[in-house]
Design a protein around this ligand. Structure first.
Ligand SMILES: *[C@@H]1O[C@H](CO)[C@@H](O)[C@H](O)[C@H]1NC(C)=O
Ligand SMILES: *[C@@H]1O[C@H](CO)[C@@H](O)[C@H](O)[C@H]1NC(C)=O
Ligand SMILES: *[C@@H]1O[C@H](CO)[C@@H](O)[C@H](O)[C@H]1NC(C)=O
Ligand SMILES: *[C@@H]1O[C@H](CO)[C@@H](O)[C@H](O)[C@H]1NC(C)=O
Length: 496
């Protein structure tokens, strides 16, 4: 009887196993290489419904013009790499390695039976402002360049695309550039065969936003866009409408003010209509201005309130998404605050009304001024989120040309901390800590090898190109091992 019940329980646990999503982490593909596809978009394979993600491929040697990478997945968490879907061509007028090939979006055209890839096509000075089109019979490519065009004769910069699930029509979204005559954002309908845009559905006059995306619910359209602050993040806004043609609401922030949308920029979103519920995903970029090729992807669930007409991007360090049922849930971790840390050198606790226990660890610097905390581990690789404050940078993000927001800072948008587990100095983990505003605590995750029982985690400062300061440290949250349920299961089987 007991065994029977146990077996039933085991069956239940096994079928629900899914992979976790860790926003802002260094994601790896199934070959163990970095997931390298930025400012991208999803497309479903026509026959199979499998997810394909297309994004800008960035390397240290080729931060721009590296072509378009493509990955596929069944769960939005495990990714197979398929190489470059669109390769730069030496000497080509529009897709040479010197050209800008940005913000790719792929749509399937029923009429041509092909996949159509669109992007912002430009020269390195952004003087052309065109939309590129390449097509392929296979979703993973290779895509063949067709043309670079001006939509309805106008300019086109940051490119987004969206398909209305009620009408089946697809739309291009783009700003007409940064010049004074431009600074509008267009939502324009594609023709039926997806070979050109043919009609403007709406123009956000002089909104001067970029990185547009639209998410649709049964009642509403929400257009999300960022301000124009280059690779520095700002507070992403949304506008709501019943119809794409408008009228649209006033813009409003989608995340808590001053978090700069958790240090990300908008660019894509996706509706997962599961068997149990519908989930709306924000799919943004956490750019790293100092090393753009190390920028991270940040995908987060959104909360929509139709009565209020609001949409919110919700932060979670680690969450479990089931694309079949549409359900997701945050993973719970255990918190350890700087209040209980040990300090060396100039590192110390300073009163901070916004921090845990009213105090934050500051003065973290190089190898000599460090913070050490003790955490419980389960003998596995575990996600650990480090909550920090970094006020080096200025308020540029949400107050364009606004007041500097730094105290003896370096005007840099990141600090870098070193993280050493159990004194293993041969394996220093690198923790990038984006700038925040004063009193704003944000987190960065690392996958750390923890032994069973007590572990020490030592945080110091690494060189960020200017200084060895680590960000002010508030707390860590230690998450259970991802395969924890499976382990638990195996141990039960052993006793069975
Ligand atoms: C694009 O639209 C703006 C605003 O209507 C206009 O001033 C500008 O001349 C247009 N540019 C082109 C290339 O047509
Ligand atoms: C797409 O449709 C337009 C008319 O809307 C037509 O001129 C064009 O030839 C078509 N292209 C393809 C590839 O079917
Ligand atoms: C910290 O220690 C490492 C390894 O011993 C060394 O390479 C690095 O230069 C040191 N950093 C500073 C700021 O002294
Ligand atoms: C400002 O920072 C520099 C470099 O980190 C340091 O040498 C200097 O003492 C700091 N000044 C103040 C007033 O904290």
């Amino acid at each position: 009887m007991a065994i029977g019940r146990l077996t039933a329980l085991l069956g239940l646990v096994t079928v629900t196993s899914a992979k976790w999503i860790v926003p802002g982490a260094r994601w790896l593909d199934t070959d163990g290489n970095i997931f390298n596809a930025h400012a991208g978009g999803l497309c479903l394979e026509h026959e199979t419904g499998r997810f394909y993600w297309f994004g800008e491929h960035k390397t240290q040697e080729q931060p721009e013009g590296g072509g378009i990478a493509v990955y596929s997945s069944d769960d939005l968490a495990t990714w197979d790499y398929h190489g470059l879907a669109l390769e730069p061509v030496e000497g080509h007028a529009h897709i040479s390695p010197e050209d800008v090939i940005q913000r790719p979006k792929v749509l399937y055209s029923e009429e041509t039976g092909k996949y159509h890839m669109w992007w912002h096509a430009d020269d390195s000075r952004y003087s052309l402002l065109l939309q590129g089109l390449a097509t392929s019979d296979n979703i993973a490519g290779p895509y063949e360049f067709q043309s670079a065009m001006s939509p309805l004769g106008n300019w086109s910069q940051d490119f987004g695309a969206f398909t209305d699930y009620k009408t089946g029509h697809s739309y291009a979204m783009y700003s007409n550039g940064d010049r004074r005559e431009g600074r509008d954002v267009y939502v324009s309908r594609f023709n039926d065969n997806l070979t050109a845009v043919e009609e403007v559905a709406f123009r956000f006059n002089k909104y001067d936003f970029e990185a547009p995306t639209i998410i649709q619910t049964d009642k509403s359209y929400f257009a999300l866009m960022s301000h124009k602050t280059g690779y520095r993040p700002n507070n992403v806004v949304a506008m709501r409408a019943d119809k794409l043609e408008g009228p649209w609401s006033q813009p409003f922030f989608v995340s808590p003010a001053y978090t700069r949308t958790f240090s990300t920029q908008s660019g894509f979103s996706w509706r997962i209509k599961g068997t149990k519920t519908t989930t709306y995903l924000y799919m943004g970029d956490m750019w790293d201005l100092n090393s753009i090729w190390e920028s991270r992807n940040v995908w987060l669930p959104m909360e929509i309130n139709e009565r209020e007409g609001s949409i919110k991007v919700l932060w979670h360090d680690v969450y479990d998404l089931n694309v079949k049922t549409g359900e997701w849930k945050p993973i719970r971790g255990k918190t350890y605050t700087s209040r209980y840390a040990k300090f060396t050198g100039g590192a110390h606790l300073q009163e901070a009304t916004f921090a845990s226990h009213n105090a934050i660890a500051t003065g973290i610097y190089g190898n000599d001024s460090k913070v050490e905390i003790t955490v419980d581990g389960e003998g596995a690789d575990q996600w650990v989120s480090f909550y920090h404050q970094n006020i080096d940078d200025m308020g540029f993000g949400d107050q364009p040309m606004g007041q500097p927001d730094r105290i003896n800072g370096t005007w840099q948008i990141r600090r870098i901390s070193s993280v050493i587990v159990n004194g293993d100095e041969d394996n220093v983990h690198t923790l990038y800590q984006k700038d925040t505003h004063k009193g704003i605590l944000l987190s960065s995750p690392l996958l750390l090898p923890l032994k069973k029982g007590k572990n020490t985690i030592t945080i110091g400062g690494l060189y960020n190109g200017f200084d060895y300061k680590g960000a002010d440290f508030d707390r860590v949250v230690v998450y259970p091992p991802e395969n924890g349920r499976k382990r638990w299961l195996d141990s039960l089987r052993f006793w069975e």
